[in-house]
Write a protein that binds this ligand. Structure first.
Ligand SMILES: *[C@@H]1O[C@H](CO)[C@@H](O)[C@H](O)[C@H]1NC(C)=O
Length: 362
C-alpha cells in the first residue's frame, strides 16, 4: 500500500449544481392531496387580489404624480440680464410723460432697450374691460391661493400670454392716456423703472425729464403686464391687474419689488425665469405741505441674492418595484394569517356545534 490507513470515500450520489440550488428552495411545498381548498381561503384569495390591484393602482398613481421640491441656493448668475416685460397705461397723453430706467450701474437709458408709446384712452372699452377684469380677478385669486395651488400651477400646461386688446375708436375723442409697453434688458442690480412727467432726454451719465407742465399731473395707471423673464406657468405676477385711479393730482406711486430668480425644471421643460414680490406706497407730492419728491409711477426693483430651484421629485423604477413587491408579499402573508385564524375559528365553532349535537343526540 502506497499510503497507509483507510481512505474515506463518498459513496453517495454526487449532486449536480442544479440539484444543489434546488435544495436551497425556501418555498414550502405541500403535496396536492394534503391541500384542502376551503371557502374562507378562496374568499381571502379573491379579496387579496382585489386589494393588491387597488394598492398597485395607488402606487402607480403616486409614482406618476411627482412632488415638487423647492430649493434655495445663492444666485451665481449675477451678470445675466434680467428682461422686464411691461404694459402700463397712464392717464396722461404720451407727449407729456416718459419712462426710463435708472440703476446703480449708471448706464444710459437707451442701453436697456426701447419702449413703445401708444396714445389711447384711459377709460376701457367693453372688450378691454372684460379682459382687464378677468386678469384682475384671476390674479387676485392666484395671489391668495398660490401657496395651495403651486403644486398644480407649476405643472399646468396653460400659460397666460394674452395682451390687452387694442382700444376701439372713440369717435374723435382726444387721447387722454398713454400705453407704454415693451421689454427692457435690466442688469441684476438695484434700479428703478419709472414713468414721470416730461419726455426723457438722455444725457451722458443720466437723463432729464423735459416737463412742460409741472402740476395737475394725473398718475392714475393700470398695469396689464409686469413680469420678469420669459413667461412660465407657475409664476404669479402680483402687479398685473393693478389699477389705481388717482383721487388727487401729483401723486407719487412707488412699488418696491424684490425679484427672485427662479429655475423651473418640471414636466420636461427647463425655464429660467423670475418671480417677484411687491409692496407699495402712494402719497401726494406737495412741496407747500413739505411732501417733496417727483410725482410719477416708480417701480423700484432689486434682485434677490437667492435663487429658487423648482424640480420634480419622483421615485426611481427600482423603488417602485420594491414597493410593488412589498405590496404583494405583505398582502399575501397577512391574508394567509387571517385566513388560518378564521378557519381555526370556524373549526372551533362548528366543532362545538358537532359536540353539542352529539350530546343532544345521545
Ligand atoms: C385722473 O384720471 C382718471 C381717469 O381719467 C379720473 O378718473 C380721475 O378722476 C383723475 N384724477 C384727478 C385727480 O383728476
Amino acid at each position: 500500500m502506497a499510503s497507509g490507513g483507510p481512505q474515506l470515500r463518498f459513496r453517495g450520489k454526487t449532486k449536480t449544481p442544479v440539484e444543489r440550488v434546488a435544495q436551497l428552495d425556501a418555498f414550502p411545498k405541500l403535496r396536492e392531496a394534503s391541500v384542502k381548498p376551503s371557502a374562507v381561503g378562496g374568499f381571502m384569495s379573491v379579496a387579496s387580489v382585489v386589494l393588491i390591484l387597488w394598492l398597485f393602482y395607488s402606487e402607480f398613481a403616486f409614482f406618476w404624480d411627482s412632488k415638487l421640491s423647492f430649493q434655495l441656493s445663492p444666485d451665481e448668475l449675477m451678470d445675466e440680464k434680467m428682461p422686464v416685460n411691461l404694459d402700463v397705461t397712464v392717464a396722461m397723453p404720451c407727449r407729456s410723460i416718459g419712462a426710463d430706467v435708472v440703476d446703480s450701474t449708471g448706464q444710459g437709458v437707451t442701453s436697456f432697450g426701447q419702449l413703445e408709446y401708444q396714445d389711447t384712452w384711459f377709460e376701457l372699452d367693453a372688450g378691454q374691460r372684460d379682459f382687464f377684469s378677468s386678469l384682475k380677478y384671476v390674479n387676485e385669486y392666484l395671489r391668495e391661493e398660490a401657496h395651495a395651488l403651486q403644486q398644480v400651477l407649476w405643472k399646468a400646461a396653460l400659460s397666460r400670454t394674452y395682451d390687452l386688446p387694442e382700444a376701439t375708436d372713440r369717435g374723435g375723442r382726444p387721447f387722454d392716456a398713454c400705453r407704454i409697453r415693451g421689454s427692457l434688458e435690466l442688469t441684476k442690480v438695484a434700479g428703478n423703472l419709472h414713468v414721470a412727467a416730461g419726455q426723457t432726454l438722455p444725457l451722458p451719465g443720466g437723463h432729464v425729464h423735459l416737463a412742460t407742465m409741472r402740476h395737475n399731473l394725473n398718475f392714475s395707471h393700470r398695469v396689464t403686464r409686469f413680469s420678469f423673464g420669459p413667461p412660465d406657468h407657475g409664476v404669479v405676477h402680483p402687479l398685473e391687474g393693478d389699477e389705481k385711479v388717482a383721487q388727487q393730482e401729483d401723486m407719487q406711486y412707488q412699488y418696491f419689488i424684490t425679484v427672485v430668480p427662479t429655475e423651473v425644471r418640471v414636466r420636461g421643460r427647463h425655464v429660467q425665469t423670475y418671480q417677484y414680490s411687491v409692496r407699495e406706497v402712494a402719497r401726494v407730492i406737495s412741496h407747500d405741505k413739505g411732501s417733496h419728491g417727483t410725482p410719477g409711477v416708480y417701480f423700484k426693483y432689486d434682485s434677490s441674492a437667492l435663487r429658487v430651484s423648482i424640480s420634480e421629485e419622483r421615485d426611481s423604477w427600482i423603488q417602485l418595484l420594491a414597493k410593488l413587491c412589498s405590496v404583494v408579499g405583505g398582502v399575501f402573508a397577512t391574508s394567509a394569517v387571517i385566513s388560518q385564524k378564521l378557519q381555526a375559528l370556524i373549526a372551533l365553532f362548528s366543532g362545538k356545534q358537532n359536540n353539542y349535537q352529539k350530546m343532544t343526540n345521545s
